[in-house]
Design a protein around this ligand. Structure first.
Ligand SMILES: NC(=O)c1ccc[n+]([C@@H]2O[C@H](COP(=O)([O-])OP(=O)(O)OC[C@H]3O[C@@H](n4cnc5c(N)ncnc54)[C@H](OP(=O)(O)O)[C@@H]3O)[C@@H](O)[C@H]2O)c1
Length: 365
């Protein structure tokens, strides 16, 4: 099977290396803006050459961002080529349209690396949802925030110092907003919830609170109470809607999430018959992420269908039924209460008006 590889950065270069060791999969062309004389395959900066090349069966998109990835992926599918991507932003923003195009064109569309990096999380949701009803999905799906929170927990570091350390080690970008404010995690939650429940939810409908308000004193207080802070994505079925949010969460120090250190990820599904199943490992990094992309290519080779599921019912976010225990902090005052997520976020947003540093965290039982 001949593959065209779009993008030769962290994921692309590691994918190229892994693919070069396979017998039945071969990168025949790389799309690159710069010359790459070191590569043994064709290199082009003209995407149309790839579209016209009938020997190419699969396009692997690891450029990132929406454009030109969106135009390339659509053109590839229209030309009858299967697509494997690691791009959560693209998949989230154009979910319905890309699924419909894959179906109409009769090609596979896979994106396992887009949530959980090297963990077979999305493909496990696909597998379990074939024979069971998934009731909830939850987990740590952003390695950057987990690195920062782990540093704060282990060394008592201040948020700003832990962020600087994460940036100096390459775990956080120069502009860390998408990670620390939970936006990256929310995109992964959208893909997870869509697949788990056979729905299509909208990113901007999901309440999202990141970690930038967590202070060293909050971490110390949590420790005193036997808890550890983690940034968690959560979604569950709630009648005709889906309850979903991204929020700092306090886990008992004995919980597996509390032991997921560094840039690690852990994601748990709960299904009606099989109960909880957790998947843990490297949520990012060249080889782990490339291994998920390669596995998707093998799924294509095996003849898997268009997308993981044909079900993508438009679905509203409804947070008024699911009840949890919450911690709210304004100034130095902590209070705990049990209420629906919608009510907790309403109180938190009201608090922010008088205290821009206020904090909300769910307390996991
Ligand atoms: N890194 C991870 O651990 C990880 C984990 C999970 C998912 N992902 C996803 O994987 C994708 C790629 O991430 P990455 O970390 O590999 O990014 P990256 O290191 O920044 O690599 C991006 C590559 O795309 C190339 N590129 C950008 N615009 C292009 C264009 N117009 N035409 C051709 N090539 C272009 C860049 O080329 P130049 O070298 O010329 O700039 C670079 O080689 C993203 O969607 C990301 O969210 C990454």
């Amino acid at each position: 099977m001949n593959i065209a590889l779009l993008g030769f950065g962290t994921v692309g270069s590691h994918f190229y290396e892994l693919a070069s060791k396979q017998d039945d999969i071969r990168v025949s062309t790389v799309l690159s803006r710069r010359a790459r004389p070191e590569l043994k395959c064709a290199v082009t900066s003209d995407f149309d050459e790839i579209v016209r090349d009938e020997s190419i069966g699969v396009v692997v998109e690891v450029i990132g961002g929406v454009e030109p990835a969106y135009s390339y992926v659509c053109a590839a599918m229209r030309a009858g080529k299967h697509v494997v991507t690691a791009n959560k932003q693209l998949m989230c923003e154009h979910y319905d349209e890309l699924l419909a195009l894959a179906r109409k064109s009769g090609v596979s569309l896979r994106c396992t690396a887009a949530a959980g990096g090297g963990i077979p999380w999305l493909s496990s949701l696909e597998r379990v949802s074939r024979f069971d009803t998934i009731c909830s999905v939850e987990g740590i799906l952003n390695g950057t925030t987990n690195y920062i929170l782990s540093a704060m927990t282990e060394n008592g570091a201040d948020y700003a110092a832990a962020l600087r350390e994460a940036q100096s080690l390459g775990y956080a970008e120069a502009d860390p907003t998408a990670d620390v404010e939970g936006l990256d995690a929310r995109r992964k939650l959208v893909l997870s919830a869509n697949l788990a429940f056979g729905v299509s939810v909208k990113e901007n409908d999901i309440p999202c609170v990141g970690i930038s308000h967590i202070k060293a004193a909050d971490v110390a207080k949590a420790k005193e109470l036997g808890y550890t802070f983690k940034l968690i994505v959560h979604a569950e079925r709630s009648g005709d809607s889906v309850s979903a949010f991204v929020c700092p969460t306090l886990f008992p120090v004995t919980a597996p999430e509390a032991h997921t250190g560094g840039a690690g990820n852990i994601a748990t599904l709960r299904a009606e018959h099989i109960g909880p199943q957790s998947y843990a490992g490297a949520g990012a990094g060249g080889f782990p992420t490339a291994s998920s992309v390669l596995t998707d290519c093998y799924e294509v080779l095996r003849g898997c269908g268009s997308y993981y599921t044909d079900k993508a019912e438009p679905c509203k976010i409804g947070n008024s039924a699911a009840r949890f225990r919450w911690l709210l902090r304004s100034g130095g005052d902590y209070s705990f209460e049990t209420c629906a997520a919608a009510e907790a976020f309403r109180r938190y947003y009201a608090l922010l008006e008088s205290d821009p540093d206020a904090l909300i965290a769910r307390v996991a039982e």
